[in-house]
Design a protein around this ligand. Structure first.
Ligand SMILES: Nc1ncnc2c1ncn2[C@@H]1O[C@H](COP(=O)(O)OP(=O)(O)O)[C@@H](O)[C@H]1O
Ligand SMILES: [Mg+2]
Length: 247
């Protein structure tokens, strides 16, 4: 599902201007990452794209019947509900009928390799499994647009690599459009078709970088000179534009 951000800006009631003018066109089925210093308005931008927050000016244009799903760093699971019932949660809120809900939840759990854990509870899961469950909960909605706000920031490095593989596979298989906020430049380069580099607050998109590597991408890509050159380029841009910024 394509998304067009046209001259979007946002100032909160507190007079904090989170976003300067943002223009960005995302094609259907793209995987776009957003990188930028802390507090530059990345989460604000995602919430605007999700339709959870109105911009102060400009517009985010996307199909009105499109389904968007959100995945956060904090998996935000309900501790008193089983894994399967957590996977059903968003569908419950959207009023899906029980049998349909169950079927979609089971299928989504299969997609993320959690089928054997339907009756477990969140506290019995590892950090990586909780993130899988959070992904399954989003996938069960069969979203056209998946919004990911630093989903892998809290997991250890090995788990992160595995989850990146799984995320890439899900995206390739299900063809949703993905918008990922991440602090991890390697993650952005590995997963994305394009990377938008933001300035410190009020955030602007300073540069959009094409990531030319063909899909499917394999872990060996990370060890190539081309990969290193591109991550180096993105890091340098971030450093350059972060001068005088929060981090
Ligand atoms: N609901 C809100 N009300 C007031 N200020 C907010 C609100 N949400 C975010 N901000 C402020 O807007 C700026 C951008 O926040 P955010 O989008 O969360 O940044 P990022 O995700 O890039 O770290 C920050 O200064 C933050 O404090
Ligand atoms: Mg944020």
């Amino acid at each position: 599902m394509p998304i067009e951000l046209r001259e979007v800006w946002k100032e909160f009631d507190t007079k904090v201007k989170a976003l300067d003018i943002v223009n960005l066109d995302i094609a259907g089925g793209e995987f776009v990452s957003i990188v930028g210093p802390s507090g530059c308005g990345k989460s604000t931008l995602l919430r605007i794209v999700a339709g959870l927050l109105a911009p102060s000016g400009g517009a985010c244009v996307r199909a009105t019947n499109a389904r968007a799903a959100f995945v956060f760093q904090d998996a935000a699971l309900l501790p008193w509900r089983s894994v399967l019932r957590n996977a059903e949660l968003l569908m419950e809120l959207e009023g899906y009928a029980a049998p349909d809900r169950r079927q979609r939840a089971e299928k989504a759990m299969q997609l993320v390799g959690l089928s054997g854990f339907a009756d477990a509870y969140p506290h019995q899961l590892s950090g990586g499994m909780r993130m899988r469950l959070s992904l399954a909960r989003a996938m069960a909605l069969q979203p056209d647009l998946l919004l990911l706000d630093e989903p892998l920031a809290a997991v250890d490095e090995l788990t992160r690599d595995t989850l990146q593989e799984e995320l890439q596979q899900l995206w390739r298989k299900l063809n949703f459009t993905a918008l990922l906020v991440t602090h991890n430049v390697h993650e952005a380069v590995y997963l994305s078709t394009r990377i938008a580099v933001m300035s410190p607050r009020p955030g602007r998109i300073e540069k959009v970088i094409n990531v030319p590597f063909a899909f499917p991408r394999a872990p060996e890509l990370r060890a190539t000179a081309e990969f290193a050159a591109l991550t180096g380029q993105v890091s340098a841009l971030l450093r350059h534009h972060a001068v005088g910024g929060a981090e």
